[in-house]
Design a binder for this molecule. Structure first.
Ligand code: GDP
Length: 379
């Protein structure tokens, strides 16, 4: 049976030539190799060694190196002002990224759509995460919202361009990855489905970035209303052939079951709060109303925990992988192909570009390899 991801791309092939399903095929191929041992020795069972050589320590080496280097992640939040984006970011990372001294972008920037980035270095258990939050104050706030996605697409493309340029430099030792790895798209809790702007934005961005749809201020709906609203949104997303981020299956059966429960909550209906309230002797982030308390980290009250688990604990790396292997690869392909069609022999600035295709013997897939001749550097 086709996986959800495969079926999805089967129905609607992406406009760009790079095929995202190759990620699945590659995983599958690697799984097979794992089962069969090394590709060249496939068929033979892996040999158990008599003594200790030491390569069992490789994961520790990778771990130590990664921890030392730290991680970087760029999260974009898009939605009309007042939907609780800044509050949610504070709640997600348990930090006052935005405070009274430095309020959320929608309080500071008005009128036109702008893109604003805030960087923060977070540390947990000795592991560092350089988090960049990209906000888009003014999005959808004007009377005429045509083209209000343009600054967002421009920003995403500019980060891909930066990365592409860094890749083709001679010194590639320090390549900061400022590409947008995930976009949380906030839907107004209207109960009436998506607005034309929501559809337009997601359609324009789904080939560029991992979109996770969210229902803002979930505490304004009853559980039944929320369930119905989610169904309507998912139907409309399918109807408009919008490709939202698909959480991949993981290897472990038990883990899969647990994760399915969380995945079924998409679009995540979340509640954010900067207020700490005492509930049953415990201090928790919550929203207090005359009729009761909505706890942020309670899955019976809202999907905040599901979102945070998926986003940070289990799928942060996959979001980065998909950004690199699917979205960036699409950008890179289109960019280089457009340059190449202008003339294979034509010099591109200081670089000369040759786009060659080669066919993989096993899978028959086409690969595009690009060779830069850096005449400028005499290479
Ligand atoms: P932004 O403009 O999207 O960044 O929105 P803010 O985070 O500044 O929040 C706007 C207002 O909504 C503030 O008064 C928040 O206290 C409130 N708010 C934030 N999150 C929630 C929520 O989950 N539920 C409700 N009811 N109000 C919220």
């Amino acid at each position: 049976m086709l996986s959800k991801r495969e079926a999805f791309f089967k129905n609607e092939p992406p406009t760009a030539k790079f095929d995202p399903t190759t990620r699945d095929k590659l995983d599958h191929k690697m799984d097979k190799e794992k089962e069969n041992g090394h590709p060249e020795t496939s068929g033979k069972a892996p040999k158990e060694l008599d003594g200790y050589v030491g390569f069992a320590n490789l994961p520790n080496q990778v771990y130590r190196k990664s921890v030392k280097r730290g991680f970087e992640f760029t999260l974009m939040v898009v939605g009309q002002s007042g939907l609780g984006k800044s509050t949610l970011i504070n709640t997600l990372f348990l930090t006052d990224l935005y405070s009274a001294d430095y309020p959320g972008p929608s309080y500071r920037i008005k009128k036109t759509v702008q893109v604003e980035t805030t960087q923060v270095l977070l540390k947990e258990g000795g592991v560092q995460l350089r988090l960049t939050v990209v906000d888009t104050p003014g999005f959808g706030d004007a009377v005429d919202n045509s083209n209000c996605w343009q600054p967002v697409t421009d920003y995403i493309d500019s980060k891909y361009e930066e990365y592409l340029n860094a890749e083709s430099r001679v010194n590639r030792k320090t390549m900061p990855d400022n590409r947008v790895h995930c976009c949380l798209y906030f839907i107004t809790p209207s109960g009436h489905g998506l607005k034309p702007l929501d559809v337009e934005f997601m359609k324009r961005l789904h080939d560029k970035v991992n979109i996770i749809p969210m229902i803002a201020k979930a505490d304004t709906m009853t559980p039944d209303e929320c369930r119905e609203f989610k169904k309507t949104i998912l139907n409309e997303i399918a109807q408009h052939k919008i490709k939202i981020y698909e959480f991949p299956e993981c290897d472990d059966e038990e883990e899969n079951k647990l994760q399915k429960k969380l995945k079924d909550r998409v679009p995540f209906a979340v509640v954010g709060s900067n207020t700490l309230v005492s509930v049953g002797g415990k201090t928790v982030r919550a929203r207090q109303y005359p009729w009761g308390i909505v706890e942020v980290e309670n899955l019976e009250h809202n999907d905040f925990l599901a979102l945070r688990n998926m986003l940070v604990r289990t799928h942060l790396h996959d979001l980065k992988d998909v950004t690199n292997n699917v979205h960036y690869e699409n950008y890179r392909y289109n960019k280089l192909a457009s340059v190449a069609t202008k003339g294979k022999e034509k010099a591109v600035g200081s670089k000369e570009l040759n786009l060659e295709t080669a066919e993989d013997e096993d899978s028959g897939e086409k690969y595009y390899s690009v060779f830069f001749s850096l005449h400028k550097y005499g290479i």
